[in-house]
Design a protein around this ligand. Structure first.
Ligand SMILES: Cc1cc2nc3c(=O)[nH]c(=O)nc-3n(C[C@H](O)[C@H](O)[C@H](O)COP(=O)(O)OP(=O)(O)OC[C@H]3O[C@@H](n4cnc5c(N)ncnc54)[C@H](O)[C@@H]3O)c2cc1C
Length: 395
């Protein structure tokens, strides 16, 4: 396997790394202490700079104004952008829009693409993905309570969702709802595009998560769909294909998430080493002279490299066999990287002592917000049991 990075990608990565260091990391303190909404004008300026550098929407199709990088190229971009919490947003490749763009591009009608996909890729509007429910297990979404019933030329949607990330200020949601209750479990649900100004779309609140309710893109909403009506043309793909559509985008999306987490590992590791070298702990001695800190540094370096190689290998396998053929590796990469990130951030925070707990560095934000990585996109335990079942089949 060849790990050489092409000259084109080296240039792109250098430009991105420089931009992250000079333009975004200095803004981080503000993002930690102010509401995301108040940062929007400043972030719009940075987005414009990214457009001018022709680095906008790196992973999205060229025909709509993106750069059209392939999955592995964008994996490297995602690693570089992951070093800061606002990297993906400023470069126009943030979740949940990135996933919605992927499925609209693959399954949207011409009309849906014109109305939603173009403006989304160009950053004129935002979107959200509304699947997880308050009363039902997200880990087994075939047990879904939300329904969409045909009434003439419309769907009428009723249900109670939460963790609809970035719904605050979004133009539309892609909602997962049961349309075919009598079909086989994985053919009961459909994806439907629901404009957030549709009658019956009720944004109840931004849920407080680890002490922050957040705002705008940086938030997670509770949504009540109460006889919410949308035209039947808002169905995405076929009726009953909701889970199949969700499956089809899991491969590349997971690789990009995992590489974002590797970016967080790299930044935290860098901060840990710098702090260890500069923190004088006794006369003539810094933290870096202590064996236990040296062991953490060596272990973190090795663990980050292990996780990174697993993610890159998984990406390579997806390219060879498709997401279905790389299912085991996708699950392994997901839980390994999420746990590696948690461990690396925790050690970096520990090396910073009291400073690590403050909002004077980014570590406390990484520590609190990124804990969710072990829950969303499939909890650790779900991925582990899927890997084990896959392995045990051959015994
Ligand atoms: C920050 C954040 C952002 C999110 N964004 C979105 C979003 O944009 N859109 C959206 O629809 N959802 C989103 N989610 C929701 C997420 O997908 C769900 O939380 C996740 O699928 C788990 O579902 P649940 O919370 O209902 O937990 P449950 O399904 O109730 O599971 C609880 C726990 O039980 C354990 N468990 C579950 N199944 C098994 C099993 N088979 N074997 C052993 N143990 C098991 C796991 O430890 C799991 O964490 C987000 C969640 C978070 C935290």
């Amino acid at each position: 396997m060849d790990f050489t990075v092409s000259e084109k990608m080296q240039t792109i990565l250098e430009m991105i790394n420089e931009f992250v260091d000079k333009e975004l990391i200095p803004l981080e303190h503000e993002t930690l202490t102010k509401s995301f909404s108040s940062m929007l004008p400043m972030l719009a300026e940075k987005r414009e700079m990214v457009r001018q550098m022709e680095l906008w929407a790196p992973n999205h199709p060229k025909e709509y104004g993106g750069m059209g990088l392939d999955m592995m190229e964008h994996a490297l971009v995602s690693e570089a952008l992951g070093r800061t919490t606002i990297g993906h947003y400023v470069f126009g490749c943030q979740a949940p829009d990135a996933g919605n763009i992927e499925i609209l591009h693959m399954f949207g009608t011409d009309e849906q693409k014109e109305k939603y996909l173009g403006p989304l890729i160009q950053g004129k509007i935002r979107s959200c993905f509304s699947m997880t429910e308050v009363e039902y297990p997200g880990s087994n979404p075939v047990l879904m309570g939300t329904t969409a019933v045909r009434d003439g030329d419309e769907y009428v949607i009723n249900g109670h969702k939460w963790y609809t990330s970035s719904a605050d200020g979004a133009a539309f949601a892609i909602v997962m709802a049961v349309t075919n209750p009598d079909a086989a479990p994985h053919q009961r649900a459909s994806m439907i595009i629901v404009p957030t100004d549709a009658p019956g779309f009720n944004h109840v609140r931004n849920i407080p998560v680890m002490g922050h309710a957040g705002a705008d893109w940086a938030s997670h909403a509770e949504i009540l769909y109460q006889s919410c009506r949308v035209p039947k043309e808002n169905l995405l793909g076929e009726e009953g294909s909701g889970f199949a559509i969700a499956q089809s985008r899991l491969g590349p999306g997971r690789i990009h998430h995992c590489m974002r987490w590797i970016g967080i590992c790299n930044r935290s590791f860098d901060m840990m080493c710098s702090r260890a070298k500069s923190r004088v702990i006794a006369e003539g001695q810094t933290l870096a002279d202590k064996q236990i800190i040296q062991a953490w540094i060596a272990e973190c370096a090795a663990e980050i490299q292990q996780a990174r190689l697993l993610v890159l290998y998984t990406g390579w396998k997806i390219e060879q066999l498709g997401a279905k053929g790389a299912r085991k590796e996708i699950s392994m990469a997901k839980f390994v990287t999420a746990n590696t990130m948690q461990k690396v951030v925790d050690r970096a925070l520990q090396v910073h002592g009291g400073l690590g707990m403050t909002d004077d560095t980014i570590l406390a934000r990484f520590f609190s917000h990124e804990r969710a990585a072990r829950i969303y996109d499939g909890a650790d335990e779900v991925h582990k049991s899927s890997v084990a079942r896959n392995i045990l089949k051959s015994y």
